[in-house]
Design a protein around this ligand. Sequence first.
Ligand code: GZL
Length: 327
Amino acid sequence: MLKRLSVAMVGVVLLGSALAGCGSKDDSTGSGSGDGKIVLGFSQVGAESGWRTANTKSIQDSAKAAGIELKFADAQGKQENQITAIRSFITQKVDVIAFSPVVTSGWDAVLKEAKDAGIPVILTDRAVDSQDTSLYVTFLGSDFIEEGKKAGQWLVDQYKGKTGPVSIVELQGTTGAAPAIDRQKGFADTIAADPNLKIVKSQTGDFTRAQGKTVMETFLQSTPKIDVLYAHNDDMGLGAIEAIEAAGKKPGTDIKIITVDAVKDGMTALSEGKINYIVECSPLLGPQLMDVVKQVKSGGSPEKRILTKETTFTQEQAKTELPNRQY
Ligand code: GZL
């Protein structure tokens, strides 16, 4: 009897330690690094604008502060480089993958590979058009349609009660990118309230200062009357200002300018009266991203969409806000 009891007890102890062994792995520690750290693979669009530089810094600084090992890949604006980077993260068995998709389409295959490998994917900054939303855990970033609406509403308010045609030229962001698609839509839908407001020219400046200047030069040469410029980011607006001044016109006076982002250089131009209105788009996604990474790694399920808080700035507001800008 005593012998049977002791065998049974040994069995219970062995079973218990086996179960404990299964459940004892601390889920908050990554498998990828081996030293217990969560390993995050991040594929960044590139370094096309002041916003992107600030976004990269926010992600790198936040990973360090959170004790998360960051594998960072700069795609130099090319989707194929992002797909290659994501595949590399899968091969390295990182714990979580995050990326800012340079364009909305063409991601389903590589996202399925990540899903099949059991690696959760977080979208930051820009969205994808995948119908299968199980391919990513959440989207963390701005509402670009809302940003376009804010820009359009400011213009509608400026011209309320006035008569006569208002010619608008538009510098669009990178072709196929979510912020370019949605900022264009939000703006166009909103200015439709005033039939005098007409977009007479619209072309991509690829979110860069250089392209913004070049395209604005062609607008100035080919458009008899330009009253307003709507640029999808500060950098293209700042490039356009160079072209407007070279053409002997006063930016912010002869041509009203609305931009999006609110990076320091944009806010400086706004405070100097060269830009008339800026819609903020915050690049400081790093802290929220690391929180989501930890939540996902410990088995949590974040909201499917996490919006960033952002505001707008007039010339007066820029003067007081400028000293506070981190980027
Ligand atoms: C917006 C971001 C855009 C910025 C640009 O979230 O994707 O890309 O508005 C940046 O400045 O290049």
